[in-house]
Design a protein around this ligand. Structure first.
Ligand SMILES: *Cc1c(COP(=O)(O)O)cnc(C)c1O
Length: 399
């Protein structure tokens, strides 16, 4: 891409990411085109965001129709697509819930923690406020959600002091021992995404959920990455057959527009003034999300999503088996997949070489190659993407 654009980016944008310099101009489903019309198969979908692919015409038309009329009013007035979306989330989840709309995953988790804190304040004799999380989790980048994130490398003194009341533990079993009479909630992902695409055992989660319910401790499931059909069901919580108190969503819900959701069975926990958001749940994002859900429900109900999951994972397993000198494990659920790479340097080389060969893949944790394709990815795109990845791996093996 042009030297000029790269310089502009470096000069004027804060340096919070190790950027790849490519200038994408157009996308069709899981295929991206740069300014020279070179095409890339996208196995990242913008980190599980573009759930219905790039350039989706139905979503684009819906957004255009909506913003030609109203883009935004404020939450002081009823917003028709917001009410419809909240109803839809209740139906799709199968839970008896109400929803608040935020603008991101971190903000959704922040709101979930506020719900837990209010529950802990109003429901018990003593104030319960502690939230337990897990090592290798990821819950966001605000000061509070960074503190909730179970990665010590993120708790840098640069941003201290952090809020009190958070602790993280190595494994599910350790949660039981760390609960005391000030514990109000446990917050976990069912498949740790950023931490390395690590799914938890279903039985273990069900036992934890049962124990927490019996002890009146809230279970918050962070489905910012696993939600909206990523694991094959609408929620990973549905797949695990649990009934959490709070579920948060974001990434895949809007197909690219910024939207998050906090869904809770504690339907009357908040009163007017307790929480709010200027942009949250506005006409633009909720109209887009409704269309995204229409598309994804069709893909799910027609059986196509389940077929895509089987097909993608068969191809992935082929590449895994053929390259056991590079990959040490094959992990994940649905279209949230990871291949553990023998070491971090090799992983960096795989991602870089794959990019050169025209396929986009991600990193998770220290040594996991992560794949999060659009849920609408076609067989042709899957075939082409894995062919390119294979070529990249061959190149690496030749040294
Ligand atoms: C990405 C992610 C977040 C943070 O979402 P943002 O929209 O970046 O704030 C939180 N939790 C999980 C599990 C995530 O994957």
């Amino acid at each position: 891409m042009s030297e000029q654009l790269e310089q502009m980016d470096k000069e004027y944008v804060l340096h919070t990411y190790a950027r790849n310099y490519v200038n994408f101009k157009k996308g069709i489903n899981a295929t991206l085109f740069d300014e020279n019309d070179k095409d890339y198969i996208d196995f990242t979908s913008g980190i599980a965001v573009c759930s219905v692919g790039h350039g989706n015409k139905r979503v684009a038309d819906k957004i255009y129709e909506q913003i030609s009329n109203i883009t935004h009013i404020s939450n002081l007035y009823c917003i028709e697509p917001q009410a419809k979306l909240a109803k839809r989330l209740k139906e799709l989840s199968g839970y008896d819930i109400r929803t608040f709309f935020s603008n991101s995953g971190a903000e959704a988790n922040e709101g979930a923690i506020k719900i837990a804190r209010k529950y802990g304040e109003t429901k018990f004799e003593n104030k319960r406020y502690k939230v337990i999380t897990l090592e290798h989790s990821f819950h966001g980048r605000t000061i509070t959600t960074v503190k909730a994130t179970g990665q010590s490398s993120m708790h840098t003194p640069n941003f201290a002091p952090y809020p009190d009341g958070f602790s993280y533990h190595n494994k599910i079993d350790d949660i039981y021992n760390s609960i005391d009479n000030e514990t109000v909630a446990v917050m976990i992902e069912l498949v740790q995404g950023e931490g390395g695409v690590q799914p938890f055992d279903k039985k273990e989660i069900q036992e934890l959920a049962k124990f927490l319910k019996e002890n009146d401790i809230l279970l918050i499931i962070d489905e910012v990455q696993t939600g909206v059909f990523r694991t094959g069901e609408f929620l990973a919580s549905n797949l695990y057959e649990i009934e959490p108190d709070i579920v948060t969503l974001a990434k895949g819900l809007g197909g690219g527009v910024p939207i998050g959701a906090i869904m809770t069975t504690h339907k009357d926990i908040f009163s007017p003034g307790d929480h709010g958001s200027t942009f949250g749940g506005n006409y633009l994002v909720t109209a887009a999300a409704l269309e995204v859900l229409d598309i994804l429900e069709e893909v799910k109900d027609s059986g196509v999503l389940d077929e895509t999951i089987i097909y993608f994972n068969a191809k992935l397993n082929e590449i895994y088996e053929k390259n056991r000198e590079i990959f040490t494990d094959n992990v994940g659920l649905g279209l949230m997949r990871g291949l553990r790479v023998k070491d971090a340097d090799t992983l960096a080389l795989v991602i870089k070489t794959a990019f050169e060969y025209g396929v986009l893949v991600l990193k998770a944790g220290k040594n996991t190659l992560r794949l999060l394709p659009a849920l609408t990815i076609s067989k042709e795109e899957i075939n082409e993407g894995f062919k390119r990845l294979e070529n990249a791996l061959d190149k690496i093996k030749q040294g």
